[in-house]
Design a protein around this ligand. Structure first.
Ligand code: PMP
Length: 366
């Protein structure tokens, strides 16, 4: 038959995730590490991949990598699960703790994938919006979970795209106040140097999400992991794709994790550059940057849409949130290399200066 019946009703009106990638000299839109893995690590990776049997299925659970991560975190293997990027594990979370008749508490503005996964799985989404400064409305969250119907919550720390980490005291209070599963998304924790991992010992309802995509320069490889108590991991095992983490990714992940200390200088440079870019934004007229514990800075300015265009025309791609709900006139710039950051700041300042000249000319003419 040359026609097809409709797909599942929850797909109606759903727009596929679009990272809005465009080629640019300074690619500052995806919160990636600006440096690739170094030549020596690349050589080790090449040797490891040469030994991977391609005709065999991979270890479904990536146990070698699982053990490395468990040991580094002072946990048992049963407390770790790898996924095809953090994204897969976020989807697994919605499959395992969401569904019809189930409720997810979201703290927007935050990573849009959470709500999209909820919608796909017919999970009800309850929003507790952040305050004007993007801090979490802690009292409102605690009051909402006290109603007892929330099945899972995601607290992103540091929060994408706003930048600041959640207060650890708040996360501890939230974990104690509810039996909902609380995911703390620590995709960027290497840049905040803060983790709630110690809370795993006393909280069955905590799951921590991490990724190799940011600090470890492996966005192209697709590796993420969760840390949780074994009872929670067992539920994720029921919904995950059996072979989602391929053998090549496992081999790469093992080499990178064993050599993770080599990424430390790069992380330090990103943190230093973040301070420099923050100061430059603070001293650029009409631009209001929001504090960041991560590898990007969100900022608000008039005519943000026009600023985005101007930056792009001059080789700088940042992420445009200017018409996103709760993020009016906001742009997000990933911290790049010092040269990329210079180009970004110089171009943004050019835009501001040109706009002021145009306004001055207009008011003289009026
Ligand atoms: N959580 C947050 C907050 C993110 O920003 C991202 C990446 N954009 C992820 C999770 C998932 O990252 P990945 O799938 O690359 O591991």
């Amino acid at each position: 038959m040359n026609k097809v019946r409709k797909p599942a009703p929850q797909l109606e009106g759903l727009i596929p995730y679009d990272p809005k990638y465009l080629p640019a000299e300074a690619f500052l839109s995806a919160n990636e590490n600006p440096s690739d893995v170094d030549a020596e690590v690349r050589e080790l990776i090449a040797r490891a991949i040469a030994k991977v049997p391609f005709n065999r299925y991979p270890d479904p659970l990536a146990n070698k990598l699982r053990d490395l991560i468990a040991e580094a975190n002072g946990l048992d293997r049963g407390c770790v699960l790898l996924g095809n990027g953090g994204d897969e594990l976020l989807f697994d979370l919605a499959l395992a703790w969401g569904g019809p008749g189930r409720t997810f508490l979201n703290l927007p503005p935050t990573f849009s994938v959470y709500a999209a996964n909820a919608r796909l799985t017919n999970t009800t989404v309850v929003d507790v919006a952040r305050r004007d400064d993007f801090s979490i409305d802690e009292e409102a969250v605690l009051a909402r979970v006290a109603e007892g119907d929330i099945d899972f919550v995601i607290v992103t720390s540091p929060n994408n795209p706003t930048g600041e980490q959640a207060r650890p005291e708040f996360i501890a209070k939230l974990l104690a106040a509810t039996d909902a599963l609380v995911m703390v998304d620590e995709a960027y924790f290497e840049f905040s140097r803060a983790t709630v991992r110690p809370l795993l010992a006393d909280h069955q309802n905590l799951v921590i999400l991490r990724t190799f995509s940011k600090a470890f320069s492996l966005a192209g490889v697709r590796l993420g992991y969760i840390l949780a108590n074994p009872g929670v991991i067992d539920e994720f095992l029921k919904v995950r794709q059996p072979y989602s983490v391929d053998a090549v990714s496992q081999a790469i992940g093992e080499v990178v994790f064993e050599n993770r200390a080599r990424f430390e200088p790069g992380i330090r440079q990103i943190i230093e550059e973040r301070g420099r870019v923050m100061e430059a934004l603070r001293t650029t007229g009409g631009v209001t940057p929001f504090p960041s514990d991560s590898n990007w800075i969100l900022f608000r300015m008039e005519d943000a849409g026009a600023a985005w265009e101007y930056l792009y025309e001059h080789g700088v791609l940042v992420r445009d949130f200017s018409s996103a709900p709760l993020l009016e006139n906001c742009l997000r710039a990933t911290i790049g290399t010092p040269e990329q950051n210079d180009l970004f700041i110089r171009t943004l300042r050019d835009f501001v200066a040109k706009r002021r000249e145009a306004q001055a000319a207009q008011s003289l003419g009026a």
